[in-house]
Ligand binder design. Sequence first.
Ligand code: NAP
Length: 327
Amino acid sequence: QGLPVPGDFGQDTVEAPEPAVGQFLARTLWLSLDPYLRNVMKGHALYGVALQPGEPMHGESVAEVVDSRHPDFVAGELVLLKGGWQQYALSNGAGVRKVDPALAPVSTALGVLGMPGLTGYTGLVYLGEPRPGQTVLVSAATGPVGSTVGQVARLTGARAVGIAGSDAKCRYAVEELGFEACINYKSGDLRASIEQACPDGVDVYFDNAGGEVLAAALANLAMHARVILCGMIDAYNRDTPPASGPFLGPVVAARATVKGHVVFDHLHRMTEMQRVIGRWIREGRFKYREDVTDGLDNAPAAFCRLMRGENFGKALVRVAGYGAGAA
Ligand code: NAP
């Protein structure tokens, strides 16, 4: 209940299983920590699974096939799978995607070239539809979703303005990611700061936070603004919804459109997103940052840090080394 703490988690050591016919065994290399996992812990209907106490935590990982009795996978291949918080995972291949190490560092398959990147890219391009010169405001601006939104906005000719939780995050958004401005919502009057940074109003607000941050953004909408509701991390740690919500009157006054966004509706655009953002990364026009924790033992503490908002970049656990010089 409430904010997770490391004591909520336990660990077990068991024999690595042997794959049966039609299965393969994969060794976890990178484990993704994502805010939605807090909702999986709650049994939120969107994810179709209710995690029970004692079961391994869910989570996506990049893993190396080490033993295969599956016709489509051979030892040594890298795959993206829902392996959970485990050093080894069995799979029957359902929902598994192969990861090409030539495209980019393989950890990006969990971040900017994976589900979070797809969320930011499709939500902004297809729902936000930013036009050159328009202002795109995004919260959690330095995370994998927010940093994708801001950089795609910039690269399509819009003005990117971020909202983030520290001065260091804001500096990074401006100096490294190319945001025009970034506001630390923990200091000062957020509503007034948004007005100052977005003098013509906000054309697209991409919300990753909910709560007071959403309320302050809604107070600064331009005419015909698009509001993309993507994440409400503020609410994930609560056992009941917040008692008071934002006042939605300004949405009506601005004739704005509020669109719900779920990445599952855009999975067919993964190849397009990887082609576009992968090229920008290789050209040095698109940057990303990772917040890496070493060792599966440290996954609970890292996840709790994420849920307290203390991660800086895509939260990952390096579970095992890979390639030359790996431990
Ligand atoms: P992330 O940005 O690394 O998420 C954690 C960040 O959220 C923190 O570093 C913190 O950054 C911010 N945050 C704001 N308010 C917070 C609060 N009350 N408590 C804790 N953190 C808070 O992760 P991400 O993967 O890019 O995800 C961003 C959002 O998109 C999340 O809400 C996630 O659930 C959502 N999402 C939605 C979809 C979808 O299909 N709709 C898919 C993927 C992700 P600051 O310090 O800058 O505030």
